[in-house]
Design a protein around this ligand. Sequence first.
Ligand code: F0G
Length: 450
Amino acid sequence: MSLRSHQLRCIGSGERIAPETVSSDFRDPASGELYEVEYPWSESRGDAAATNKPNASALRHLWAERRDSTLPIDQSGVWRYRDLLPILNDDAHAITLREGNTPLYDLPRNAKALGLDFLLAKHQGMNPTGSFKDTGMTAALSVAAERGYQWVACASTGNTSAAMAAYAARAGLRAIVFIPEGKIAWGKLSQSMDYGAVTVQLKTDFDGCVKMLTDMVKKNPIYLLNSVNPYRLEGQKTPAIEICEQLDWQVPDHVIVPGGNLANGSALGKGFGELKHLGFIDRIPKISVIQAEGANPLFQWFTNAEKMLHPVTADTRATAIRIGNPASWRKAARIIEATGGWCEQASESEIALAKAQIGAEGIGCEPASAVTLAGLKKLLKSGHVQTGERVVLLLTGHTLKDPEYTIDFHKDLLATDIPEAAPFRKPPIVLEPNESAVMRALEAEMAVKV
Ligand code: F0G
């Protein structure tokens, strides 16, 4: 078997299939379970994996060298690591917008306020279309293009659709997007139109959009690019590699991610797991997932220790994660349990405050990303994070994705019931063009203590 070949392994039965034979909804027809990509060197291959392992120190060196290359696939922060995601028959088929390569910022003020020595934010909102979805989309859409599909599609709360539309445009493929009417941020809606996708606003929620699309792909030659597509996760595992590389191959203790459809936490877990299996790192960070209180089926599953997930009718202003029936919940639950992480929820007020606190460090993110800081506070309180731990928050979307939310916060229209939020509010001040009026406003501002 060549290093390039891969199979799809059902996460329920463990049964392996050839990639070309997978059903159009990416589910095992018998069990309804999802697949994951398995390589000859994957840990799940048991003894076979030992003889096929790529060499960690050679790869570290190669990846560092590629930083100086002018080749688009070397400049991509996903394809630079292509040795660990050999999913294309020919690397020249990669569709890239130079995704990845996102900054790992420190958050000194938030760290101090929480009594932490080490708090970092991996800002995936600094990707080409402003969210972490680009890392997964470059991978899965390249597979679609290589396999000769003309049409790609997704159901989305806005970021997947923005990413898919952009990569489809680059590849010259036709794209169709299903989004819940009136329930996504304008910035995201505008992107899918800008990149030329057929944008369908369905009069239902995200979960209704998924149902409709799943039925459609079974009857038409349309390639499904939701995160049930296991190639999405191959791209989304690369920030785990990038974080380790940025920390000079030191491993953080805890990585905290927002949870919506619940693919991302498991993608990062797969990334860290593969790095450990191949000898790049000697341990895996705990991975915790934070949901919004109004869209919290995994949190409920976790705290009730039930074996079945009960879908909820989702409602949150963090529209990116307004998902009541998450497709990848089993994958996420498995990674949280395997790494010793935890699942928490954050209220609307806690999300709003956390977003303002991240913004006040000059970074900014969309509300769905801010659940990570809100969740961290709770994990510290409950003892699931210790103050000595090195924590990384995954910021998944750019602050400009949802400016309406930010403006509503500052104008105090979000009904935030946390007094600590008040000093962070900076509504626009309307004044006469008169210097003394401006000076009075500045004096009032000087009196505010943050
Ligand atoms: N953060 C942002 C900004 C998102 O857009 C999403 C998901 C998540 C977090 C949650 O990630 O689904 O892997 O648990 N957005 C999807 C979309 C569902 O359609 O854009 P997840």
